[in-house]
Design a protein around this ligand. Structure first.
Ligand code: NAP
Length: 302
């Protein structure tokens, strides 16, 4: 099986490659091989690579910058995935694509279900939703996996930002009124490997059963403030020297950003469990190995 994996320099793409290499021949794609910002010729390029399966975590993920670069964000997040999806659908090649909690408005308290009406607050969220719709409209065996708050021991993310700030500052002020589930790239890659590992026919059947859309995050929920506290406690427990003494919970309006984020980012995992048989670990359990890795890196660098 030839598995085309995009965004291999990113968090999820980087985690997918070693896992999918156990299941087939991975064709790793980065922005230099296929630039999604230039969708012309994309279908022909994919055809030359002749994949049996496409896994697409590549995306324009700079949420705030997207407010100033809507055309680029739309090309990468919607136009290019739509082209790949139409190519794949015409050949019955399954496509697994990643999307986001930012397609939702963040109203209410209950976890968002797959059939809830999206209403993105940001350009990033709108372009990701356009990608979801393009893939589902292609009508093939596509699967859009919506996730939230992705991080890894490596990469540019909240975990590494908090680890840096906690070493530099005595006080951190962190948003406490946005609720969601921090989700590791490893958890997502393990889930994709499990889904693909049952074979492409089973994958096609389950994608159809899921109507091409499923939510996937770690289990449980917290705020960014709760996540930051767990990171600091976890790093300290692993012997990392930190300057931070106080982590102050603040409201979203005390930390203004160009792009608006949903307050309620909870995603309902019922379909993931019922259709794919997956019950993700809690966010705390998934955090532990990332903290082990990061603490190892930070203590070795001392
Ligand atoms: N990060 C989150 O918190 C989060 C939350 C919910 C959903 N998601 C979704 O989960 C998926 C994976 O996210 P991630 O955290 O792994 O993102 P990431 O670390 O930012 O990686 C994105 C990848 O996309 C590539 N890319 C960007 N522009 C491209 C272009 N023009 N052509 C081809 N490739 C391009 C990047 O390449 P370069 O490294 O070369 O730029 C990078 O490898 C995305 O679909 C994202 O929307 C992420």
């Amino acid at each position: 099986m030839r598995i085309l994996v995009t965004g291999v320099g990113g968090q999820v793409g980087g985690a997918l490659v070693p896992r999918l290499q156990k299941l087939g021949t991975v064709i790793p794609i980065d922005v230099d091989t296929l630039d999604f910002a230039k969708p012309d010729g994309l279908a022909e390029a994919v055809a030359r690579l002749a994949p049996d399966l496409i896994v697409n975590p590549a995306a324009y993920t700079a949420v705030d910058k997207a407010e100033d670069e809507p055309d680029l964000a739309r090309a990468v997040n919607a136009t290019a995935p739509g082209i790949m999806a139409r190519w794949a659908a015409a050949r019955a090649v399954p496509l697994i694509h990643f999307s986001t909690d930012y397609v939702f408005s963040g109203a209410g308290e209950r976890p968002w279900r797959e059939d809830d009406e999206p209403a993105p607050l940001s350009t990033y969220g709108a372009t990701k939703l356009a990608g979801d719709n393009a893939i589902r409209a292609a009508g093939g065996g596509g699967l859009v996996l919506r996730t939230s708050w992705v991080y890894a021991a490596q990469g540019k993310n909240f975990l590494r930002t908090i680890a840096r700030l906690a070493r530099e500052r005595k006080e951190l002020r962190i948003v406490a009124d946005q609720i969601g589930a921090p989700t590791t790239a490893a958890l997502l890659a393990d889930a994709v490997a499990a889904i693909v590992g049952d074979g492409l026919d089973r994958l096609r059947a389950r994608c159809a059963q899921a109507q091409g859309l499923a939510h996937i995050t770690a289990s449980g929920e917290t705020s960014w403030h709760g996540f930051a506290c767990a990171i600091v406690e976890g790093l300290r427990a692993r012997g990392v020297a930190l300057a931070v003494e106080k982590i102050v919970p603040i409201r979203t309006d005390e930390y203004p950003t160009p792009a608006q984020r949903p307050r309620n980012s909870r995603l309902d995992l019922t379909r993931l469990h019922q259709v794919f048989g997956l019950t993700p670990p809690t966010w705390q359990a998934a955090l532990a190995p990332e903290l082990d890795q990061l603490a190892g890196e930070l203590t070795a660098a001392r």
